[in-house]
Design a binder for this molecule. Structure first.
Ligand code: TXA
Ligand code: MG
Length: 324
């Protein structure tokens, strides 16, 4: 059920009182608090089980508010904001005085974005201020893309959940650091590298990626309960079936190139052909394979262009080594 006007008013009141509100955005659901209330912000970290030195994103209702929250906005940042806001782009800039250090994990920079979702924008407008919101999941696990995911993950730890239906983009925002000289992508996401480069007129540095099977470089994050195993696309079925035969309960993210080929595995998600539909469904698919009791999930990386870059990044991190 999509949030009503009275839900929005109630949620704005919860924020004013220092409470936590889960809000839909176009990327994933966020766990929001009043950005200017250090105590409320610290509750976010408790609810998520997230280390307090992890910086949060400040969500604003309008791009015009940018100068109230950051300092020294370079022309590049304005250009990107003009093109991509509201939208799945987060800009890292120099922290303005209004932003408490609790929200930035002690950093002198702050991440800011204007989300493109009618419910999020209605809440931000009713509230008036900035809302710090990480993804509304327990630390390290898969981001929620429905209100039900949030309830399952956080239960009573959140004071109010605004339902805005399933998220349209499905992976988090692209984070671009514009606080120094040359802009660089800190996290690939909903705005593609190609779209950014077209607007900027020059290539962008992208975070280092490692080859498929090298563990140890990507701490586990965005991870389902089942262990994710990455294999070459053409070997997904063969390797999944072998593991199933060895007694594992194998879940498979089956590339669309396999069509409706039968797979002898515990649970199979047949991936959509378009990258947008894959991104939109990704976290839900991982949850589904978990819920069906898989202990291993076999997947392969998509081609790393367009949204494929963000999907591959999340799959790598899901497959990374688990903390002890
Ligand atoms: O799409 C999204 O970005 C979602 C929705 C809710 O807006 N939010 C989200 O938040 O993904 P979170 O907290 O799960 O991820 C934010 C990322 C973190 O990896 C954090 O390290 C990075 O943003 N970040 C925040 N502030 C930063 C800063 N000042 N410098 C560098 N990285 C920063
Ligand atoms: Mg997150």
């Amino acid at each position: 059920m999509t949030a009503t006007t009275s839900d929005i008013e109630k949620a704005a009141g919860v924020l004013r009182d220092g409470g936590l509100v889960a809000l839909p955005t176009e990327t994933v659901y966020g766990l929001g608090a009043n950005a200017e209330d250090p105590v409320a912000v610290s509750r976010i970290f408790q609810a998520k089980g997230r280390p307090p030195n992890h910086p949060l994103i400040v969500h604003l209702g309008r791009a015009e508010q940018l100068d109230d929250w950051v300092e020294d906005v370079p022309a590049t940042a304005r250009l990107l904001a003009r093109h991509f806001w509201p939208g799945p782009l987060t800009l890292v800039l120099r922290r303005g005085r209004r932003v408490p250090l609790e929200a930035t994990g002690g950093l002198e920079t702050v991440a800011v974005r204007v989300p493109d979702h009618p419910v999020a924008l209605a809440l931000l407008s009713a509230f008036g201020g900035g809302v710090t919101a990480p993804s509304a999941n327990r630390f390290g696990s898969v981001s929620p893309t429905t209100a039900q995911h949030v309830r399952t993950e956080l239960g009573d730890a959140v004071d109010f959940v605004l339902d805005g239906g399933p998220c349209d983009v499905g992976v988090e925002s692209t984070i671009v650091d514009v606080s120094g000289g040359t802009p660089s992508i800190l996290r690939p996401g909903g705005v593609t590298r190609e779209a950014l480069e077209e607007v900027l007129g020059h290539p962008l540095a992208v975070p280092a990626t490692s080859s498929v099977r090298v563990p140890g470089q990507h701490p586990s994050h965005y991870a389902p309960r089942a262990r994710v195993v990455l294999v070459e696309p053409e070997k997904v079925v063969v390797e999944a079936e072998q593991a199933q035969e060895l007694g594992h309960r194998v879940g498979v993210l089956l590339p669309s190139s396999f069509g409706d080929a039968p797979v002898k595995a515990h649970a199979v998600v047949r991936l959509p052909g378009s990258a947008a539909a894959y991104a939109r469904g990704l976290y839900g698919f991982l949850r589904e394979l978990d819920e069906q009791g898989s202990d291993l999930i076999f997947a392969s990386l998509p081609v790393e262009e367009g949204l494929g870059l963000a999907i591959a990044n999340r799959l790598r991190r899901a497959a990374g080594p688990r903390p002890a």
